[in-house]
Write a protein that binds this ligand. Structure first.
Ligand SMILES: [Mn+2]
Length: 326
């Protein structure tokens, strides 16, 4: 942690009366957890934060305290906004199409994606902390800001979901120490686990069943991939947010070093998710196609030539796993 930079961020956050806090499109547990974790903490300090994400809250994270505070992106920010903060968002574009028309610059970027170029005026990007909520907690500790039970619940949720329930590489003593402090501050691990992992909607389960049936195992069983077709949503009644976590099914197979998920979108595009058990750096594979993320989890978005691009990504994966000793 760069203490001097962190202090600059603390001073900038503290100086704002009406901050606008943003997280990435297709938000996940860390996006909502960091949005609400910072929102609660600034509110507790007497500030008046507004919380925005494209599409607003989703049903899976409705259990988070203050879920009703999260709003869909407005066409323009309120004119009293005096600080724009981007959380957990690896590129400027991933804040959402609507935000590109806003005249305000991004004042503060807080993130843990190694591929983040730092598009804010102040940027705190710590890639060895496995969730943005973890980065926020270190900021709050340095600032001696009060973390309420509501904030602790939101911060813990980002930490557990972005580490795959503390299973991924990158989970270390500091991660578990942060989790322990958040539990002391009022986060309930069993209740949060129940909400995040044991409350899958029937539609989400139906989608998962269709998707896992598409499995293809390749490269001497060292890689495997899943496919999502647009009609799967019609058949299952699920929404696009219901794909979160499906890729874990394929990367959990013994010996599979790289798992991937190819979602063909109805507009002819392709969304790719990549997971590695640690030997292969999937961020470098994703980056070679204009995507990015982390060493163990990364993504790519193609707007056209979906099948051709799928084949190119599969070739890159084959090439990478061929370097492994069998
Ligand atoms: Mn994250």
């Amino acid at each position: 942690m760069d203490k001097a930079l962190t202090q600059k961020i603390i001073d900038r956050l503290a100086a704002s009366k009406n901050p606008a806090i943003l997280a990435h499109i297709r938000p996940d547990g860390d996006a909502f957890g960091s949005l609400l974790g910072l929102g609660h903490t600034l509110k507790e300090r007497g500030q008046n934060p507004s919380l925005y994400v494209e599409g607003g809250m989703i049903s899976m994270y409705q259990f988070l305290p203050g879920a009703n505070l999260v709003q869909d992106l407005p066409s323009q920010l309120p004119k009293e906004t005096d600080c724009v903060i981007a959380l957990d968002t690896s590129t400027r574009e991933r804040l959402g199409q609507k935000t590109l028309a806003w005249p305000q610059p991004i004042d503060v970027v807080i993130d843990h994606h190694i591929s983040n170029p730092g598009y804010g005026k102040l940027n705190l990007i710590i890639s060895d902390i496995p969730s943005t909520t973890g980065v926020l907690f270190h900021i709050f500790e340095q600032a001696s800001w009060k973390v309420t039970p509501a904030a602790a619940t939101c911060l813990y949720t980002g930490l557990t979901t972005d580490t795959g329930s503390f299973r991924y590489r990158g989970t270390n003593a500091l991660t578990l120490n942060t989790a322990a402090k958040l539990v002391e501050l009022g986060a309930d691990p069993a209740e949060i686990a129940k909400q995040c992992y044991l409350s899958i909607s029937h539609e989400r389960y139906a989608l998962r069943k269709l998707v896992t049936d598409t499995i293809s195992i390749k490269d001497s069983k060292k890689s495997a991939f899943l496919t999502i077709l647009p009609e799967f949503y019609v058949k299952s009644g699920a929404k696009s947010e219901d794909t979160e976590g499906i890729i874990e099914d394929v990367s959990s197979i013994q010996g599979v070093e790289v798992g991937s998920l190819f979602e063909f979108t109805s507009d002819g595009g392709l969304r790719v998710s990549l997971r590695s058990k640690g030997k292969i750096d999937v961020n470098s594979i994703a980056s070679s196609f204009g995507g990015g993320g982390h060493k163990a989890a990364a993504g790519i978005r193609f707007t056209n030539e979906a099948e051709k691009n799928r084949d190119l990504v599969l070739q890159a994966i084959s090439k990478a796993v061929a370097t492994l000793k069998s």
